[in-house]
Ligand binder design. Structure first.
Ligand SMILES: *Cc1c(COP(=O)(O)O)cnc(C)c1O
Length: 379
């Protein structure tokens, strides 16, 4: 089935009691049982909720997976994956990734005896030297946030194959429309549905998708035991967002391409990070594993002072200065002080994330208006 058809129909059944075409928001904490133990499969809403289940089915379909599990945020979904591990286990994680993931790994889970190695995965072979008998998980993002580095998902999955290592891909930046990591051998796909899946900057939500039943059972156990479940209203918003995901992603990608080229040709702009450029080091892999290149772009100015970056950051009118990404409206962000402030400066600089880097989440407004806005702000 084509993606757009799945986006609209997967998980959407007419409501059995009324025929309502849209999934109702089952705003309930519990379910009445006929007799002790005799029920319709619904006991308590932390464990089961029909709105959430409809969304889990839809998400699984979009990622070509068998099972979806929803969480109250992207980091709650990540948290659930790490809780599969035990003290002494080791994780190989990408050195360039979302600051909140880095914070969760280092500040919360290291003290429980889990060891994290942060590795540049642009060359998948770098990972091999960190694999040992304790390695249980490889965690990666591609494109990475905010440097838009590309990791070869299939190459990483091949390295892990047969070694009892779970490969989890944070697919937030690409969305299931641009890239499906399970098809390339990953075991789990994680999303911050707060971003492209929700798509309208009105909900915090996360999810995991997988194919393996045993892995699903373990993660479902963590979902209900730890309780970071989303409410039905939030599930409804993501369900609603998903119905236009394919249309939005096409426009994000079109606008992204125009803006990336505008920036590249601007005399005051330094480096532009966007995997659609043929001279981007990950371009060939991006072309192989992504449907198109999306609307996330980072860039520096030739004047690398923070003052120059700040001037642009505070001068745009259509691009709002805000954290987050993936909504219909365009956002501009300063990773060093905003989304990635939780990564120590030294670590950031080592990974190439400079103090003056600017990140754009290109929305689906008119591209010419967006370019005009940037033109005026850059000066
Ligand atoms: C936002 C984000 C997260 C965290 O998700 P929340 O929904 O904010 O908890 C994880 N990974 C990436 C790439 C993100 O952009």
């Amino acid at each position: 089935m084509e993606f757009g058809t799945k986006a609209i129909h997967a998980g959407a059944e007419p409501d059995p009691s009324t025929g309502a075409i849209m999934t109702p928001i089952y705003q309930t904490s519990t379910y009445v049982q006929e007799a002790p133990g005799k029920n319709k499969g619904y006991e308590y809403a932390r464990s089961q909720n029909p709105t959430r289940e409809a969304l889990e089915t839809a998400l699984a379909a979009l990622e070509n997976g068998k099972y979806g599990l929803c969480f109250s945020s992207g980091v709650a979904a990540t948290d659930a994956v790490i809780k599969l591990l035990a003290p002494g286990d080791e994780v190989i994680a990408a050195s360039d990734m979302y600051g909140g993931t880095y914070r969760l790994f280092t500040k919360v889970f290291e003290k429980f005896g889990i060891k994290f190695h942060f590795v540049d995965m642009q060359d998948a072979a770098n990972i091999s030297k960190y694999i040992n008998a304790n390695t249980k998980l490889i965690w990666l993002e591609t494109p990475t946030n905010p440097l838009m580095n590309i990791v070869d998902i299939q190459a990483v999955a091949n390295l892990a194959k047969g070694k009892n290592i779970i490969v989890c891909v944070d697919n937030t930046f690409a969305s299931p429309y641009l890239q499906n990591p399970l098809d390339m051998g990953a075991d789990i796909v994680m999303h911050s549905a707060t971003k492209y899946l929700g798509g309208h900057s009105d909900v915090i939500h996360g999810c995991l998708v997988m194919n393996d039943k045993d892995l699903k059972d373990k993660l479902y156990f963590i979902q209900k035991s730890c309780g970071a479940v989303p409410g039905p209203q939030d599930c409804f918003l993501v369900l609603r967002g998903i119905k236009t995901l394919h249309v939005r992603m096409e426009r994000h990608s079109e606008n992204g391409e125009k803006i990336a080229h505008f920036l590249k040709n601007h005399p005051k702009v330094g480096k532009v990070y966007w995997p659609g450029f043929e001279d981007h080091p990950g371009h060939a892999i991006a072309k192989k594993q992504m449907r198109s290149f999306g609307g996330m772009i980072s860039f520096t100015l030739k004047d690398e002072t923070i003052a120059a970056a700040n001037k642009v950051l505070s001068s745009t009118k259509l691009f709002s200065l805000a954290e987050s990404l993936g909504g219909v409206e365009s956002l501009i962000n300063h990773p060093a002080s905003m989304t990635h402030a939780s990564i120590p400066r030294e670590e950031r600089i080592k990974n190439g994330l400079s103090d003056s880097l600017i990140r754009l989440s290109v929305g689906i407004e008119g591209a010419d208006d967006l370019i005009e806005d940037l033109k005026k702000a850059i000066g």
